[in-house]
Design a protein around this ligand. Structure first.
Ligand code: GYE
Length: 383
């Protein structure tokens, strides 16, 4: 250890609240070097570097001692859902609300998320917030965060780690339940409209290994085991994007054509891509499977997704709520005031359809309302 490192080690104990003291120490060191006119240190203290290396985008933020510094690792900007989620966290973690938010967009790459988290640790942020692209591969980096005494809050998608103490809490959706609700609705619809035939389903999956993909796919696979005339004839990832969704659909149309009855799109953006591809081939999307229409089932319930649901191009849309900003600031405020938070919190979500006669469905012995969509519902929504 160098002399400075020894003094610093004595000065800092590795607890979260001592991160502030670490910043103070850094400030003292900076003042010393300013007086000594060492320009390298002058430029390196008190500011995040925000490099645009590897195409990664990190905000440049002036870290201050008065505010709570939050490093947030966002997955990317692949979908309407993601954009709404980003807008929500950016507005909740505003400077006016007392936060210095360092927002990093990982552009759909886990390696960028790992890099961002390591930068947050180096910068000595007060909290790390992570929406993990996939569930696995976080043990080492989160051990480093724990070692540095920085609490980690995980939201939306989940992580799978050997040691649960590597993160403070998780808040997000029950993705499997979302899928189950979609499948039970489909079952009810087919029964009530007297469709009695083999149902060929194509499963357009989200990013492989993402909780939203794992849960929604698992629900469909289970439903297919229970409904003897359902078959999954193809399964591939559209990576939660419109462009890839379209690409995958084009491929399936070439292979299976009008044999496809249901497109189970694991998010709205892929549903948009699928619908574009189906219509471009001259097929119709809608609810009339018996007359050759392709039924599209989707998730998220974003504005555009709901508009398509109202128009009958998406048969049922199971909501996934992206408005995490206020939920996350509430967690941080609780922790700041010394309170404790639940380790896991599931958020409540809705389900929408353009048809009115399936008002309630039973899933896991629990009644869930299916909201009959109207223009007003769509225009009143925040995302
Ligand atoms: O459904 C999809 C997005 O993780 C719940 O990711 C989120 C999913 C959402 O890209 O649109």
């Amino acid at each position: 250890m160098t002399g400075w490192q020894e003094i610093e080690a004595a000065f800092i104990k590795k607890t979260h609240f001592n991160r502030k003291r670490q910043s103070s120490f850094c400030f003292v060191v900076c003042v010393f070097f300013i007086v000594a006119a060492i320009s390298l240190v002058l430029s390196g203290c008190g500011q995040t570097d925000g490099p645009d290396t590897d195409g990664k985008k990190t905000d440049k933020v002036q870290i201050t001692d008065e505010k709570i510094t939050v490093g947030l690792s966002q997955i990317g900007s692949e979908s309407d859902w993601r954009m709404a989620s980003t807008a929500s966290v950016r507005s909740a973690f505003s400077s006016a609300a007392g936060y210095d938010l360092i927002f990093d967009d990982a552009q759909q790459k886990q390696e960028n998320q790992l890099k961002a988290i390591r930068e947050f640790i180096d910068q000595g942020v007060d909290y790390i917030i992570l929406d993990p692209i996939v569930e696995t591969g976080w043990d080492s980096v989160l051990s480093e965060a724990k070692e540095a005494g920085i609490p980690v809050i995980v939201y939306d998608r989940r992580i799978e780690v050997d040691d649960d103490s590597l993160y403070t809490c998780w808040i997000g959706s029950d993705f499997k339940l979302e899928g189950e609700r979609a499948c039970v609705w489909l079952q009810e619809y087919l029964e009530s409209s007297g469709v009695d035939r083999n149902i060929n389903i194509v499963d357009m999956q989200g990013t492989p290994g993402a909780s939203a993909q794992i849960g929604r796919t698992a629900a469909l696979e289970e439903a297919v085991m229970l409904n003897k005339n359902w078959r999954i004839i193809a399964q591939d990832t559209g990576d939660f994007t419109t462009a890839k969704g379209k690409e995958v659909m084009v491929d399936w149309l070439t292979k299976y054509g009008s044999d496809i009855n249901v497109v189970y799109a694991e998010n709205d953006n892929m549903a948009y891509g699928a619908i574009e591809a189906i219509e471009a081939r001259g097929y119709k999307v809608g609810l009339d499977i018996d007359n050759g229409e392709f039924m599209v089932v989707s998730f998220d319930s974003s504005h555009n997704g709901l508009q398509l649901t109202l128009n009958g191009k998406i048969a049922v849309n199971t909501e996934c709520n992206p408005l995490y900003g206020p939920r996350l600031t509430e967690i941080i405020q609780t922790l700041e005031s010394g309170g404790s938070v639940e380790k896991e919190t599931y958020i409540e979500e809705e389900q929408f359809s353009g048809i009115s006669y399936i008002g309630t469905i039973q899933v896991r012995n629990h009644p869930y309302t299916v909201t009959h969509l109207t223009e007003n519902i769509i225009s009143d929504r925040q995302y």
